[in-house]
Design a protein around this ligand. Structure first.
Ligand code: SAH
Length: 242
């Protein structure tokens, strides 16, 4: 579509820096809300490239830390969608992977099928499915290996760790990328009728002996670069399919 408008939604500044530099998304707008922290950047369209928006959750005022997990992701997605009017919303960032399902640090997954929650347990018929969410992802006409990526199931929860009860749900869902925002972004996009996709790079392996936080810190810069590469290579395809 010539008038594609692609909105990237990202959690941490350290995840987003490479995307901003690589894609030249340099214009920062005025705050999207007087009291809320998301930061919004954009790049106008050219004759060959779509308009790009990038919203970063910003700093949580109480802790002074990057605002992560589902609640900030909802605020960012809603505010940025209202000003930018995207034709496609992309939740981009990092995630935990699973060696037992063939994942490795530095892999980048493009979401396949649906994105789900792996920690919203509501054991009442009907509400159980509501909890899991399972929001559809846009169909993208690409061979992922052509853009340095793989198809994968992306699932979301509000914890960095993975207790047995969540691991069991993730095994059932076939999670390839475990992170903290995608299903929340997808839920907002679905309600607004905007197609959605996730692109997630693996910073840490959930089933490795080393702790998640240490792996995450060591691999964040490298994996953030890989995510930026994949997003840049995907853009022509995404502009066609949105
Ligand atoms: N100590 C870090 C915390 C990052 S939390 C800090 O400097 O603030 C991890 C972020 O990366 C989340 O936004 C999440 O979406 C993603 N992520 C990476 N690995 C993850 C994992 N194993 N589980 C859940 N989220 C993960």
């Amino acid at each position: 579509m010539p008038n594609a408008r692609i909105l990237l939604v990202m959690a941490m500044e350290r995840e987003a820096a490479a995307v901003r530099t690589k894609l030249g998304i340099s214009h920062q707008s005025v705050p999207l809300h007087r009291a809320l922290p998301p930061r919004f950047f954009s790049r106008p369209p050219t004759t060959t490239t779509p308009a790009l928006g990038l919203v970063i959750n910003g700093i949580d005022e109480r802790s002074g830390l990057d605002a992560i997990a589902t609640q900030p992701a909802v605020i960012s997605t809603l505010l940025a969608t209202e000003v930018f009017r995207p034709t496609l919303v992309v939740s981009a960032g990092t995630a935990g992977g699973f060696a037992e399902r063939g994942g490795a640090v530095g892999d980048v997954f493009i979401s396949a099928d649906v994105v789900s929650y792996h920690d919203r347990r509501i054991g009442i018929p009907g509400w159980d499915a509501y909890g899991i969410g399972s929001y559809p992802v846009a169909e993208v006409d690409v061979n992922p290996s052509d853009v340095g990526a793989r198809w994968g199931r992306v699932t979301t929860g509000n914890s960095l760790d993975a207790p047995p009860v969540d691991l069991a749900t993730m095994a059932e869902l076939g999670t390839d990328a475990k992170e903290m925002e995608a299903a929340a972004v997808a839920g907002v996009a679905a309600q607004l009728g905007v197609p959605f996709l996730a692109v997630k790079g693996i910073t840490d392996l959930v089933d490795a002996p080393e702790g998640t936080a240490a792996q995450f810190e060591r691999n964040l810069a490298h994996t953030a670069d890989r995510v930026a590469d994949v997003v840049a290579k995907l853009l022509p395809t995404l502009s066609q399919s949105s």
